[in-house]
Design a binder for this molecule. Sequence first.
Ligand code: GLU
Length: 450
Amino acid sequence: MTYTNQTISDLKQTSPAQAEFYQAVEEVLNSLDPILESNSKYRQQAIIQRIVEPERQIMFRVPWIDDNGDIQVNKGYRVEFNSALGPYKGGLRFHPSVNASIIKFLGFEQIFKNSLTGLSIGGGKGGANFNPRGRSNNEIMRFCQSFMSELYRHIGPTTDVPAGDIGVGAAEIGYMFGQYKRLTGRYEGILTGKGLLWGGSLARKEATGYGTVYFADNMLKAREDSLEGKTCLVSGAGNVAIYAMEKLYQLGATPISCSDSSGTIYHPNGIDLELVKQLKEQQQASLIAYIEKYPNAKYTPTSDYPSDGHAVWRYCADAAFPCATQNELTKSDAEELLANGCHLVCEGANMPSTQEAADLFVASDIAYGPGKAANAGGVATSQLEMAQNASMQKWTFEQVDQQLQHIMENIFVTANETAKEFGQAGNLVLGANIAGFRRVADAMIEQGVV
Ligand code: GLU
């Protein structure tokens, strides 16, 4: 049995029914053979067995009272995965699909992503199976307060610093910050993605989307190409997708699609970003409202589409930016993209491509930027927020954005050089996984068996 198969088979015994987590582990381990073979210390030190086991996993009850006066109960999680490089860092996801498998896959990815940034941040992730959709502001506030009433005892500015993810934006971070302060009496940087009035960093909101496009730009520059004039398929209409589209326009490219859970907009003239911002950031409305203003744009309801594929990947474009959620791009989607001439795929979401789709991209000669490298700009800028909080300073938008550009360039160079070092030039999946792993693993070895 191969090392990867053995590890997955062990995990299936010790952590049953966690399909997404196995997928994330397998994806990383499949890249590690060259480094495990060339350097025996990682096996001798049982690094793989240690790295797949979270240092700590917290699961808790989140009871709250809805607007009808009924008691609701959700499940809360914080997985503190690895602190070899710094305090646990990673977002909180509030979505009905959240379970231990999803949080562990995200936490596992976060270890390598955070390592790749070159900054001092460990990996963690959390969330709840709470669905904010259709909930009133007061319900969201009461939920966040209840969530923090347990979480506060596990986090701190030098121990664990959560942030947002799907379903957790500035409003939720605000309610959780307020509750932490009330419970502890301390005003400190225990969350990132905070409001600009109370410790947040300029450019944090934009950072994941901007960073993904900077990463794409770096991939294209290395091929003596650029984003100028390119048509781009984007999925999602949340924070990552919106600011990816914004940066694409700034760099002369045209985003021609976006999507939400109910459907996909295809607008070959270019997505009206101000309208999407208005619908999503102000009104929390469905994208279907987009075609009221643009009857010529095409709207495909998700329910009209077969389960093995997604409408958004069926259009012709130069580039694709999956910015929605895990496994949103399947093998048949990947085949369609490649057949339609797409020559760049850059992932703003976490693990958006299924393993088979990712394998197809790696085997092709397109530029493929895996999420843990390409979407690291969000968490990197969170670390810049932590640095500002710790030094009681506030940097300008330009200062933060410049550092973000620099970090994304470094991540690209590191992944690219590492792929070359291990004889697989251009394979950024392998390069990112090995580079992310090496830094964490070496730190773990130097810190002893803990
Ligand atoms: N949720 C984001 C991610 O997937 C950001 C995490 C953070 O800023 O801590 O990386």
